[in-house]
Write a protein that binds this ligand. Structure first.
Ligand SMILES: Cc1cc2nc3c(=O)[nH]c(=O)nc-3n(C[C@H](O)[C@H](O)[C@H](O)COP(=O)(O)OP(=O)(O)OC[C@H]3O[C@@H](n4cnc5c(N)ncnc54)[C@H](O)[C@@H]3O)c2cc1C
Length: 238
């Protein structure tokens, strides 16, 4: 994926505020440069108020873009003062943003590549943009999205992923929906079905291992029984 250097500092109008799950909100903002230039994996730094508390901008991944409308979206968990202020804003309010910033995911250019996208909690924010991007570039047939949350009501973007046309699987820690366990346990299970080439072992029949890309604003709790799933040179986690 191209590395993007064009970025802006801009005052953006919020045109939509929607609650999508307990404590999780989606904001749609007007900013044509971000809508046009952002690549999946990049983020914007948001000044959530014209005040000193919080003093610092808060970073949020670009969740979706609509270059035709000149808009982009954020998806965020309300965890503290900054996100509470952002959540409480109304249609027509404005926030200052800097972006797009950061290195995009590298999804490669191979139309034959298989991709497993792992979205834990609000990690679904950048993975949603990435799924849409890969589908537009190469089609959805070779994309699988694994979505995880503590409970079923915390599962984010499942409908949107289905609408993209990718194959979607869900994991919940309490087992209320889909696979019971961490989304990384589900990844481990799926990789063991794919075979040794997915773990960087000997490739069978020249099959390329899948690219694994993970979105997670905070890393999942370590699982000592099942340590980090196969992140190998042949199947790197990104
Ligand atoms: C590059 C980048 C991209 C990000 N993208 C997203 C995104 O798309 N969506 C999203 O929801 N978040 C995202 N985050 C995390 C987000 O920036 C923070 O959750 C946010 O800054 C918290 O601001 P706050 O003022 O509400 O909380 P603060 O006042 O800063 O924190 C309040 C309390 O909550 C705790 N806390 C803060 N963040 C978290 C967290 N993530 N999980 C659990 N506890 C936390 C703090 O330790 C503190 O105790 C991203 C972070 C980075 C670095």
């Amino acid at each position: 994926m191209d590395v993007v250097t064009k970025r802006v500092i801009a005052s953006c109008e919020i045109i939509e505020q929607t609650q999508v799950a307990p404590h999780v909100f989606r904001s749609v903002l007007v900013e044509p440069t971000v809508a046009r230039e952002a690549r999946p994996g990049q983020f914007v730094n948001v000044r959530v108020c014209d005040c000193y508390d919080p003093l610092l901008r808060r970073p949020f991944s670009v969740h979706a873009v609509n270059p035709e409308r000149g808009t982009f979206s954020l998806l965020y968990d309300v965890v503290g003062r900054g996100t509470t202020l952002l959540m409480a804003m109304h249609q027509g309010d404005r926030v200052s943003i800097v972006g797009p910033l950061g290195r995009p995911f590298d999804a490669g250019n191979d139309p034959e590549a298989r991709h497993i996208l792992v979205a834990g909690g609000c990690g679904a924010a950048p993975i949603h943009f990435l799924s849409d991007w890969i589908c537009r570039q190469h089609g959805c047939e070779k994309v699988t999205v694994l979505v995880g949350a503590k409970t079923g009501e915390g599962i984010l973007c499942e409908r949107e992923f289905v609408a993209h046309g990718v194959s979607v699987e869900v994991a919940t820690e309490d087992g209320s929906f889909g696979f019971r366990g961490l989304v990384t346990d589900l990844l481990e299970a799926r990789l063991s079905e794919v075979g040794p080439e997915a773990r960087g072992g000997q490739s069978s029949g020249g099959r390329r291992p899948p690219d694994i890309m993970q979105g997670s604003p905070s890393p999942p709790a370590p699982n000592t029984q099942h340590p980090t799933p196969a992140c190998t040179p042949a199947a790197p986690c990104r």
